[in-house]
Design a protein around this ligand. Sequence first.
Ligand SMILES: [Zn+2]
Length: 165
Amino acid sequence: MEGAEEMSTELVKTWIEALRSGQYNQGKGYLKKIFKSDLYAQYCCLGVLCDLLDPLGWEENLYSSSPFLPHAVLYSWDDSTYLLPDSILDKIHLSSDEVNILIEVNDIGGSFDTIALILEHIFLLESRHFLRMTVEVGDHSSLTKSIKISCTTCEYECTVVGENL
Ligand SMILES: [Zn+2]
């Protein structure tokens, strides 16, 4: 099992480097989408991980075009369009709570750099650390949402504020 553990750590390191590389345009809500107007691919943080594992694994998703994004083509990877596929969850030891944290931070506009720091905190310390999330939605006038992430293993805390869409 030690081998699998090491493989998972190497994968996380590669993921963190890719998030910081500036090579991926960040998008919200879906693993990968391409707007018809500019043809640039946008990835959410989980989509970056899919792309690293197999950049040729994307398939144009003809059946679930989003009514919210009529001008974008959505892509799926291993039949997933916005969730992390189970085949990847088997490779990387993230709980569903942790996946939710990453999705929430990504989708309120937290940067890939912020997400890289969160992943470093979970995985790259001497022991694995476990994070929990509290979400606070602002009043009607402010349209902001704030996500507080606190570590149950150490004193680490981080707050990400963004748009409540
Ligand atoms: Zn910690």
